[in-house]
Design a protein around this ligand. Structure first.
Ligand code: GLC
Ligand code: GLC
Length: 641
């Protein structure tokens, strides 16, 4: 690390930097008026310039022009701040007074493709009442930006961060949707797809033509020398799409493409890329985005000879963007999308990095427990890998738009006598219905016979047995969601799952989608199925009302806020137990992962109350003789401690 960052450990040095940056900015921008907007900016600049300078110096501190890099980023922040609408500045002030608002138990997330779920951005707006009824307070809309026609990886190949995909609506539709959501107390979450752009992005086009400065925005090599070196040390993410991490251009050169061949990785070693993307970030923030989903964080920094995943500089890069946002769009939160080893997932979670993170471990282990009917791995993860720093939280999901990958730690599995590799093979067989007695109807994703790697696609309903007509499917769906709703963090529901939408195999007939089985679990909203929810007695009604009950109870149960949790050992391998909250408010969650009744013995409850009641069913329960749980039972018991 450079001298500068060491110096910055001293507070007055940071102040000095902020003064210097502010002075430069004042000189550079003759028209800093209105003064009313300069003051809060300068205040925040003073508070966060040290963090910004420290992170940037870790990335670019060795450069002679480092001070210019720093100044440029502050200038970009200032431009972003100037363009921030009054509504969002008001929200900035408000959130200053309630910095942990997002850890509240009233938070419920939902995610959808605007077109598939609602026919477009205006359609989503029309469905706000439905979201409100469900209890949603956070809506992630899948990337709505301009992208290539045909295959765009579901919008994850962005051709312009400042224009929308016309099929969804206009940028004004997006702005007004954000405002309307805010009026209904729903926070809009959008992606920041910053590892790569599409090959149709103007920068990429210019880069391909060798035009400065864009030719250094990406990682393009004249021959296979570097690509061959890199391919020896990096993982293949989409091996079905292309082997290795590079794609050959028409002129014979090779461009770094970690994901699809049309997704060109950006070159963050170039500070111009940092700055250009900072501008795009603030544009997205100023649309009214309250939560920014930091896409593919693990991959953003490359160093030849390494795995190019989770490098220290990836963290510094996010810290620099975080500091920039504290200055220019302070109410914005970052959500980390790191689907990697659980130790690495944890490292992105920090108020100065990402305040929120997907919880891929819990997600994978929920499915693991459903397959094995044993809670051992899930319990270990909750006991040892659930605690987070202050002012951060999990996003707990049952499944998302991506595949399910078995990203548990082999070390954890080994402690329980489970061999990671073999166990993953079993899980894959189980979820694609190639294991005797399996209830799941999943589809393999990126099945790689060379490495034995494979992930799973499928909707929650189809993976839980609904498609197969399994008797316990509804109970499984509610069980998984019930744990995600109670274990601590923001639950995130994939819209369609709340009514039990099954797999949609139609993608196989669409050449743009056929090669990507994740489309099987991205069905378009089926209005006929949604209509069944209003009639009692059918499975969709049971799913929807069961979920609603849990969301409603959760909202009124402060013990379920935050992420603090204590394991409650049930001494039954099929029954998960954990305690939430404290004192008179405390709640005991019990979840039976087997399709047979299970009992928890009386001595297990000896330190607790003799009688309790289940918040979900409203029933009063005696614990004197232990407890019998019906198949797949989920209970939220009052358990004052
Ligand atoms: C993220 C997205 C995934 C996409 C990838 C490349 O992981 O969730 O859908 O394919 O990034 O952008
Ligand atoms: C890998 C990546 C993750 C991406 C996913 C898409 O798991 O780690 O970032 O979303 O692939 O399938």
């Amino acid at each position: 690390m450079s001298m500068l960052s060491t110096d910055l450990k001293i507070d007055h040095a940071a102040d000095h930097i902020a003064d210097r940056l502010a002075a430069h900015l004042r000189q550079g921008c003759a028209a800093l008026a209105p003064v009313s907007s300069w003051e809060p900016f300068e205040r925040r600049l003073h508070r966060h310039a040290g963090d910004l300078a420290e992170a940037l110096s870790a990335l670019y501190g060795d450069r002679e022009d480092f001070m210019a890099v720093l100044e440029r980023s502050v200038r970009t922040a200032w431009q972003g701040w100037q363009q921030r609408a009054p509504e969002w500045r008001r929200l900035d002030e408000q959130r200053d007074t309630e910095p942990t608002w997002f850890t509240d138990q009233r938070m419920v997330g939902a995610v959808c493709y605007a077109d598939l779920w609602a026919g477009g951005l205006q359609g989503v707006r029309g469905r706000i009442p439905e979201l409100k009824r469900l209890g949603v307070t956070y809506l992630h809309i899948m990337p709505p930006f301009r992208c290539p026609e045909g295959n765009s990886d579901g919008g994850y190949a962005v051709s312009s961060y400042r224009q929308t995909n016309p099929a969804l609506g206009t940028i004004e539709d997006l702005r007004s949707l954000a405002l309307e959501l805010r009026r209904h107390d729903i926070s809009l979450c959008l992606d920041f797809i910053f590892n790569h752009t599409s090959d149709e992005h103007e920068w990429a086009q210019q880069a391909a033509g060798g035009v400065a400065p864009f030719k250094d925005y990406y990682l393009i090599y004249p021959d296979r020398t570097v690509p061959d070196q890199v391919d020896c040390t990096v993982r293949e993410i989409f091996p079905d799409q292309h082997p290795g991490a590079f794609t050959q251009l028409a002129d014979g050169r090779w461009v770094w493409t970690t994901f699809n061949s049309f997704q060109w990785d950006l070159n963050y070693a170039n500070p111009l890329v940092f700055d250009a993307m900072a501008g795009e970030l603030l544009f997205i923030a100023n649309l009214g985005t309250e939560i920014l989903r930091m896409d593919a964080v693990a991959f953003v920094w490359k160093r030849i000879g390494t795995t190019c995943e989770n490098l220290p500089q990836a963290h510094q890069l996010i810290r620099a963007y975080n500091a920039l946002c504290r200055i220019a769009a302070p109410s914005l939160l970052f959500k980390s999308e790191a689907i990697v080893h659980p130790d690495e997932v944890m490292r992105y979670i920090d108020p100065k990095e990402c305040q929120l993170s997907y919880n891929p471990l819990q997600m994978a282990l929920l499915w693991n427990s459903l397959a094995t009917r044993e809670v051992n791995l899930l319990q270990l993860a909750l006991a040892e890998r659930h605690r987070l720093p202050q002012a951060t939280t999990w996003v707990n999901y049952v499944r998302c738009h991506d595949d399910i990958g078995w990203t548990f730690a082999d070390e954890d599995a080994a402690r329980l006598g489970i061999q990671g590799y073999d166990h993953r093979q079993f899980l894959n067989r189980f979820y694609v219905n190639r294991f005797p007695g399996s209830f799941a109807r999943g589809v393999p994703f990126q099945d790689n016979p060379a490495t034995g790697d494979c992930r799973i696609s499928g909707t929650c309903a189809s993976l839980c047995g609904l498609e197969q007509g399994d008797h316990w499917a509804v109970d499984r769906i509610l069980l998984l969601h019930g744990v995600a709703l109670s274990s601590g963090g923001i639950p995130l529901i994939y819209l369609g799952d709340e009514v039990g939408m099954p797999n949609d195999y139609g993608y196989r007939h669409n050449p743009d989608k056929a090669g990507d089985s994740r489309w099987v679990h991205r069905p378009a909203r089926d209005d006929a199925l949604y209509a069944q929810v209003d009639t009692a007695g059918n499975v969709h009604h049971r799913i929807r009302t069961g979920l609603q009950r849990m969301i409603d109870v959760r909202r009124d149960t402060p013990a379920l806020a935050g992420t603090e949790l204590t394991i409650f050992y049930t001494h039954n391998p099929h029954v998960l137990g954990f305690l939430r909250g404290e004192g008179a408010q405390r709640v005991l969650v019990l979840a039976n992962f087997a399709e047979h009744p299970q009992s928890v013995s009386a001595p297990t409850f000896s330190a607790g109350p003799a009688r309790t009641s289940d918040l979900l069913s409203g029933q009063s329960i005696s614990l004197n003789d232990g407890l019998e749980l019906t198949p797949y039972a989920l209970m939220w018991l009052r358990y004052p401690g």
